[in-house]
Design a protein around this ligand. Structure first.
Ligand SMILES: Cc1cc2nc3c(=O)[nH]c(=O)nc-3n(C[C@H](O)[C@H](O)[C@H](O)COP(=O)(O)OP(=O)(O)OC[C@H]3O[C@@H](n4cnc5c(N)ncnc54)[C@H](O)[C@@H]3O)c2cc1C
Ligand SMILES: *[C@@H]1O[C@H](CO)[C@@H](O)[C@H](O)[C@H]1NC(C)=O
Ligand SMILES: *[C@@H]1O[C@H](CO)[C@@H](O)[C@H](O)[C@H]1NC(C)=O
Length: 432
């Protein structure tokens, strides 16, 4: 294992960066290492992918390695004792996964995996629409075949992040900086720090780049990871509706990617886990050569405060709402958001040293499923930094040797249409 550096700079305070800071602060090996965490937004960064009303917490994966890691994270989420992560932040509502014939491979494999992980009773195959509707209990449903896992649920994402942030603060080991990093600072083939927009240069023995969907601005990830925008819509409920729907399971249609998470504080969320929108943006090549390259980068409510999802996205959410909860079918959406995934070809995280630049470690590629690992991913990232990446993830999280012309995530979980471009869809209009 490489000797611990005297200083580590982490760029990005989302699930990946913040959990890494925590793990490093707890490891005696890094007892003499200065830890600095820089983020462009004050915490909590409202447009980061780790901050939202809710995230699904599941071990329901078609891939056994992520299923097992998900199960280990769930054990922590389920601890609702005072002060524990799960206290008031996690709800084991159950998860109904449905898919159309021909697109049901992911759901069938996932069913096998969770059956292997769980004792009987928690997981039940749903063979007809009637069985699906009965379990969902909203007067609606979706699809013809699927299963329910009563041992999955959802978390209040922002509350989980606040809990983690407080734990990191309490260690007293991490210096928090609010500044935007505009470039990495190199000396030859070595990254020695980062330059902030205010001109300040922060030097470090190791730089950990965990800037989520923005990472491609600071290092060339073309063909390996890309930012994709995903559609979220929210609507208000009455107290009575909250009471009734608060007990529904999460419902996810794997064919369209549309899902509904049980409401919290009288707000219901309808969203789409799909191929998403790209936002091609011309930037200076991060290598400092002066060349201009085009990469997809996030465009969020911070860039455009009046941002509303494109019409096609809202229409999809509307159709899902009509099908899944017919009584709310015409209720207007009061809020919408485009949330950005750092997407990789197979939905694998990118947790690895950069192959050419010394002193640079990447912890990104969340691919729309990283949040649930909040209690366990920091240790995994730390192990990979120390050269001890777990065997089952060594290949998956490594720097990919091949590149793809345009990264499209084919992990089996994505619905909808690939190839949508945000500006093109936005031009067709928004707000129904
Ligand atoms: C709509 C949506 C739904 C999702 N649903 C689920 C789910 O149900 N279950 C699940 O497990 N996962 C889900 N995910 C995925 C999960 O949220 C992400 O994988 C995870 O949050 C990624 O964390 P991160 O730390 O990589 O990125 P982020 O949380 O985005 O953090 C990156 C941070 O970097 C900062 N930053 C960026 N650029 C710079 C810069 N130049 N200088 C300084 N700071 C910078 C940003 O401000 C931000 O705080 C979902 C994601 C989205 C978008
Ligand atoms: C940290 O510094 C102390 C005091 O110099 C030293 O005793 C200890 O071995 C160091 N720990 C590590 C992990 O380097
Ligand atoms: C998914 O949603 C679409 C659109 O509402 C619907 O036609 C299809 O039957 C659904 N499929 C499943 C498996 O739920």
């Amino acid at each position: 294992m490489p000797a611990p550096p005297s200083s580590i700079l982490i760029i990005g305070s989302g699930v990946f960066g913040l959990s890494t800071a925590y793990s490093l602060s707890q490891n005696p090996l890094y007892a003499n290492t200065t830890l600095t965490l820089v983020d462009r937004s004050p915490f909590p960064a409202s447009d980061s992918s780790s901050i939202d009303s809710s995230r699904i917490i599941r071990a329901d994966y078609s891939d056994p390695a992520y299923a097992a890691l998900g199960a280990s994270a769930q054990r922590v989420w389920r601890d609702t004792s005072p002060g524990a992560l799960g206290e008031g932040r996690y709800s084991e509502s159950g998860l109904v996964l449905v898919a159309d014939p021909g697109r049901d491979g992911y759901v069938r494999d996932s069913l096998e995996n969770v059956r292997g992980l769980l004792e009987g009773g928690a997981v039940r195959e749903l063979k007809t629409r009637r069985e699906i509707d009965a379990v969902v209990g909203t007067g609606g449903g979706s699809g013809q075949w699927g299963y329910v896992n009563w041992r999955s649920g959802w978390a209040d994402a922002e509350a989980g992040m606040r809990w983690l942030r407080a734990r990191v603060e309490k260690t007293g080991r991490v210096q928090f900086i609010c500044a935007e990093v505009v470039s990495l600072v190199r000396e030859g083939k070595r990254v020695v720090g980062a330059r902030q927009r205010d001109g300040i240069i922060r030097r470090a023995g190791l730089v950990i780049l965990a800037a989520g969907a923005w990472t491609g601005r600071l290092v060339d990830l073309r063909g390996r990871a890309t930012a994709t925008g995903q559609v979220l819509t929210y609507l208000d409920l009455t107290a009575d509706e909250q009471g009734k729907l608060g007990k529904m399971p999460v419902l996810l249609n794997m064919s369209t990617g549309l899902f509904i998470i049980p409401p919290r504080d009288r707000v219901l969320k309808v969203a789409r886990h799909a191929y998403g929108y790209s936002n091609p943006t011309k930037i200076q090549h991060p290598d400092g050569s002066g060349n201009v390259i085009e990469v997809s980068l996030p465009r969020t409510s911070i860039d455009d405060p009046s941002q509303w999802v494109p019409r096609e996205g809202e229409e999809d959410c509307r159709a899902a709402l009509r099908e899944m909860i017919p009584s709310l079918g015409d209720r207007p959406f009061t809020k919408s958001r485009i949330c950005w995934y750092s997407d990789t070809p197979r939905g694998d995280f990118l947790i690895t040293y950069h192959p050419e630049l010394d002193g640079l470690f990447l912890a990104t590629g969340g691919s729309g499923h990283g949040y649930k690992f909040l209690p366990v991913i920091g240790d995994q990232i730390m192990n990979c930094i120390g050269g001890e990446c777990p065997a089952e993830f060594k290949q998956k999280w490594a720097w990919p040797m091949e590149t793809m012309e345009n990264v499209v995530t084919e992990d089996g979980s994505r619905g909808g249409r690939p190839g949508l471009v945000l500006q093109e869809e936005a031009r067709k209009g928004s707000r129904l």
